[in-house]
Design a binder for this molecule. Structure first.
Ligand code: PAN
Ligand code: ZN
Length: 207
């Protein structure tokens, strides 16, 4: 039986063709656990205290920190990989040591707009990965030698619970997408405070 041949121009008419772009070529990047740099890098994102409005429990302490020099809280050094389906971007996040109203310096935190997971790998310092699916909260230690898995559907945020900069590598699907509003509205189910030389996790889930 001869197969019915579909002309090339008529194949998969329902599948939208992504806009043409230059294909990404294989490359190696240097990861510097001492500085948090990815080289080559495409982008460096910096977040200061003023960028984190509404995220810390103690708003007066947050305002005072903005007024007192608005220090850098974290930065993300992002490799040159397009954020589109099929690609796998990666970056190093560095969170400085510090606290606002006793609450550890932390990332904004987000959910992925697509049902996609992510892997975080500890590179330097001591961190805690906070996870929240809207009902359950989890916290995982993230230190050098540890890889943590963020399943699809879980909001995620990291906090520096040590006295040195905390660094980790993120690897995520290119079409994951980042929704910051969800965490602003629902929180992370827990807050992390500095407690002497350790940390204290306080649940914020209403029972
Ligand atoms: C990470 C984060 C990074 C910064 O690469 O984007 O640690 O945190 P925020 O995005 O919450 O400011 C990641 O989870 N990417 O999906
Ligand atoms: Zn993410």
């Amino acid at each position: 039986m001869s197969a019915h041949r579909v002309p090339e121009t008529e194949r998969n008419p329902a599948v939208s063709t992504p806009p043409p772009r230059t294909p990404t070529l294989p490359f190696a990047a240097a990861l510097d656990a001492a500085t948090g740099s990815v080289s080559p890098a495409a982008l460096l994102v910096e977040r200061r205290v003023s960028d984190l409005a509404g995220l810390y429990a103690d708003d007066a302490a947050w305002q005072a920190a903005v007024a007192a020099g608005d220090p850098l809280v974290y930065r993300v050094c992002i490799a040159p990989v397009p954020e589109v389906a099929g690609e796998v971007p990666f970056s190093i996040t560095t969170i400085e040591a510090g606290a606002i109203g006793g609450e550890c310096f932390m990332t904004k935190g987000h959910t992925h707009t697509a049902h996609e997971g992510e892997v975080y790998i500890g590179l330097a310092g001591r961190g805690l990965l906070l996870l929240f699916d809207g009902a359950q909260a989890r916290q995982l230690e993230l230190v050098p030698g540890v890889a943590t898995y963020i399943p699809p559907g879980w909001a995620h945020r990291t906090a520096n619970v040590g006295d040195d900069p905390f660094r980790f590598l993120s690897v995520y699907p290119g079409d994951a997408g980042h929704d910051y509003e969800w965490v602003l509205r629902h929180g992370m189910g827990a807050r992390v405070y500095r407690d002497g030389s350790g940390q204290q996790v306080v649940s914020t889930i209403q029972s």
